[in-house]
Ligand binder design. Structure first.
Ligand code: ZN
Length: 295
């Protein structure tokens, strides 16, 4: 601990992944690294590895899903920190319209529980995408020592509703919460953007400043780590501030949404559909979270 690190470990991991030298990532992790296998190597092996916990339980219904909690080694830079990852939507939402259309309180009014989410032209759903990225991100964050909570266990269930997704972050007293999405924007528009909350007295006023900092850290890390351009069809310079999202309005912890690309755009969809790119997405988001949490 006496040596000054020149860059976050997650950045080291990312650099290793980008050049495709998985072993460098393991070595860079130092103590305990000998048992660590590069996510990049996993991603390119053609085998999708599931955490045991991901397959331990049957799909859950609305309101019955419990978040998973995993803890990393105490010597890691994010030891003692809690990160909530919220993979947007769920695989069962599309076939459960009545549950998903049920209105919930979002602090400023009512809004539907959730939506089915976006989908690429070839049928890759946003729900499947966000869950895949969330699992990859969890692995990276755990290696950095973070305690990680996911808002859903698998991609075969329904919900949880947006208000519950916010409450999961609150109950975990998360140091940062990130909701992962891929947009369903106009097919001519491409790029990513990060959404942070508007200041709403009594709701988000106390988390806006920190959430904006998280948004800026994520924007920088995501652009650098993935090469995805800032959205040219929404927001401004890859940022958008919104007061209509229950997942943000009801959060008591620093929280943002990241729309990692536009599934309706052919160029973005091609990237988002590639496992290697999703590994970059996860590594880049981890860098942004680490920068934010470490201040
Ligand atoms: Zn979404």
């Amino acid at each position: 601990m006496g040596r000054v690190r020149r860059r976050p470990l997650a950045l080291t991991l990312l650099a290793a992944a980008v050049v495709g030298v998985g072993i460098v990532a393991a070595v860079a992790l130092g103590a305990g690294g000998s048992s660590v296998k590069s996510d990049y190597a996993v991603a390119t092996s053609g085998l999708e590895r599931l955490e045991p916990a991901d397959t331990a339980e049957a799909p859950t219904g609305l309101g019955t899903s419990r978040p998973e909690v995993t803890t990393g080694a105490p010597s890691m830079p994010l030891a003692g920190k809690t990160v909530v990852i919220d993979p947007g939507h769920n695989g069962g939402n599309a076939s459960h319209a009545s549950e998903i259309n049920r209105e919930v309180d979002i602090g400023t009014g009512k809004k539907e529980c959730d939506t089915a989410g976006a989908e690429t032209a070839s049928g890759y759903t946003e729900a499947a995408y966000t869950f895949d990225v969330a699992q990859r991100l969890r692995r990276v964050l755990r290696r950095l020592g973070a305690q990680v909570v996911l808002t859903r266990k698998n991609n075969a269930g329904v919900g949880p509703c947006i208000d519950e997704r916010a409450r999961i972050g609150n109950r975990a007293h998360a140091d940062a919460a990130v909701s992962i999405h891929a947009d369903g924007g106009p097919s001519s528009g491409r790029g990513f953007h990060v959404i942070y909350p508007e200041s709403i007295p009594g709701l988000t006023a106390d988390i806006v400043a920190a959430s904006k900092r998280l948004a800026l850290d994520l924007r920088a890390a995501y652009q650098q780590g993935t090469g995805m351009p800032r959205a040219d069809y929404i927001g401004s310079d890859g940022l958008d501030q919104r007061g209509d999202l229950g997942g943000l309005n009801l959060s008591d912890v620093p929280k943002v949404f990241i729309e990692t690309g536009n599934m309706n755009n052919a160029a973005d969809a091609a990237k988002l559909s590639a496992p290697e790119f999703r590994q970059r997405v996860a590594a880049a988001i981890a860098v942004g979270i680490e920068r934010f949490v470490q201040g």
